[in-house]
Design a binder for this molecule. Sequence first.
Ligand SMILES: [Zn+2]
Length: 854
Amino acid sequence: MQPTHATIPQPQKIYLADYTPPAYLVRHVELTFRLAPKATRVIARIQFAPNPAAHSRDFFLHGEKLKLIRASIDGTPVQPVLVDGGLTASVPDAPFVWESEVEIAPIENTALDGLYMSNGMYCTQCEPEGFRRITYYPDRPDVMAPFDVRIESDLPILLSNGNPVERGAGYAVWHDPWPKPSYLFALVAGDLVAERGAFTTMSGKDVSLAVWTRAADADKASFALGALQRSMLWDEQAYGREYDLDVFNIVAVSDFNSGAMENKGLNIFNTAAVLASPATATDMDFQRVEGVIAHEYFHNWTGNRITCRDWFQLSLKEGLTVFRDQQFTGDLHGHAVKRIRDVIKLHTRQFREDGGPLAHNVRPESFVEISNFYTGTIYEKGAEVIRMLHRLVGPVAYGEALDLYFDRLDGQAATIEDWLQVFQDATGRDLTQFKRWYQQAGTPQVSVVKEYADGILRLTLRQHTPPTPGQPDKLPLVIPVAIGLLDSEGREILATQVLEFNQPEQCFTFSGFDDAPIVSLLRGFSAPVILRQENTSEELALLLAHDTDSFNRWDAGQQLARRTLAAMVIDNAPPSSTYLNAMQAMLMNEALDPALRALILSLPSEEDTAQNLALAGQIPDPDAIHAAHEALKNHLAEHLEAVLPGVYAAMQVDAPYSPEADQAGKRALANATLALISRTDHGQAAEAQYAKADNMTLTLGALASLLSIGRGNSQLAAFATHWADDKLVIDKWFALQVTEAAPRRLLNMLNRLTALDTFDWQNPNRFRSVLATISANPAGFHQADGSVYRFVADWLIRLDSVNPWTASRISAAFDGWRRYDTGRQALMRAQIERIAKAPGISREMSEMVGRMLA
Ligand SMILES: [Zn+2]
């Protein structure tokens, strides 16, 4: 059969406002896969029915890179019209059965989107729009259906969504009773081994659990299995959500574009987000594995049972699920440290995005490629919006609203409006103004004026959100401002209260004081805003020493550091003695959690300093910023020289390794002090730690300390030899050298690393370990001759031709180009334009560079 071809139009923007319901709904899907690397056959039998809510009867099925072999409707062969992105056909205005057979070549699928191969194993990634590369289908999230899947292959392990039905020689059959959108489809076929476990749900149902890996990784799966069990229990206890299938499978895949994917009953994970053993994974890796396992598991209710109507609503599932995994990690390991780490991530990733050309709403209004919107704004800011809602209504009302959400919308494809309506109905609160958090991009700035007279404290708060692309004027937001007050001795005189700040300017008064109180504002980072207040350094030091809110203690330390760094960069000032003394007092405070001390001792990132200077109207100079950071670290090392060895010694752990918070906190502080000690002892202590370390946290901490002072070459070589067979560990080896390279030597380092045989650039983890890590070395990236810009652009163009998803995300490294001096601006712009004009550039990359240049 020879199908007709229509002309191919140019990629177009899709608008939220243009949403229309699907013309046909799917009642049931039956898929048969005959797996072969170059010619897999996919036979689909789909029951369609006209959608009574539809605006038209136009029948359209998405399909990309498919070879159509045959098609029929109700058993009669048809010749559909192939158009750009899919096909159309004339169909009955009544229920009918569509059948098609297509051929695809998984081994040639380097984009890792749809059905592809990784080390001889078949696997899938369908979110957001990969299913259309598997078969013709209405590949949109508001079309939900139960799936039956038959896999034919000689490979020993054949998995799909739902429950296993039948297994025979060369085939397996799976049935997923829960209606789901196609982006949650998954299939795995390979030679895998399982770490097995079980979970009994709160209603007494037994669930078989398995974490599937290559045989060589079998010893690194037990932590993930435990994390899954903890997640299942927590979701029952915290949200009343029970698992709904007989099995839950997780598969580790080494070629994967993102962290992990929540396919119904068959989660597929990047090996980096699932494998962990003390010898190969750091404490942070353990925490990440547990957090990602929890995140993907929690999607079973927030994402799968209730999904998104369209991709504009992506934050409906992601913001909520990130908030849930943050709650989970906080409950298990302590909220303060988790909150600080999340806010650091928000500052470096989301605030930067929100302040540049890629700024967009938590719910975007338009896009060309939704794959470019898996961003800090959708995920992390989306979670902050839900955290604010939680704070405004309180935990009890939040629980009631969530119960209503699950009751009302289970089995449906929902919108942000549905989500907010649930809160309005459950709490009686009008959320019209609150909704602006979903509709306005940009990070709000809140300034504070404090006046004190006659026992009355008067706070005047002003809010302003700077213009962002397409949004010149902003309306005032509802900002929950958590506040506490301390007296001049550091005693709390007002416990945390939440102010509802919803006007452009608003006054709040507090009375009954003998002296002017010290204000602890935005406790727990109660809103994702930039707070500008005129604290004295002495007030900050007092908050750092005494605030009852751990987050604000850390934040006071960061503000002191920012102020010191800004003065060092702009005025070439010496570091403030208030800061150095405050750090010493903090470090010696044994009542303070070691993990918190480690975080307070760490300077803000160089990216943070650049953002901070840009906010103050300065043009950030990456070299001067780097020099100031280095100088301040040296000053800290000298100022604390007498006390660091004692703290370091007190943080040694004798017990067998455990990734739990108390041990991990000690190792974090041991590594943070070691980094400073190395600046005065020429690496002696770091060499000793490296030699005796029996876990990756201490090994990597020692190596980083050595590299940061220009030593550690023999350790680096020994490390590479020892771990040659472990890809994830070698990724760390690549990344560490990029992070710690002296800026002027970075280009040489990059050329050397990318010339190695082990630089398997088509593997996303390996590519990211070098190319995405460059942004962690800003002074290296921003070499004034533009050589590193060119290097990055060369590699992005190369990767884009095989894997647009990963390439277009890393291109965001250039998004801050307007912040810098005219010389660097011109050099960066030239590289962005070169990418834009590269032959065969993908739609994903084209949209990203277009937005950056607009
Ligand atoms: Zn997610």
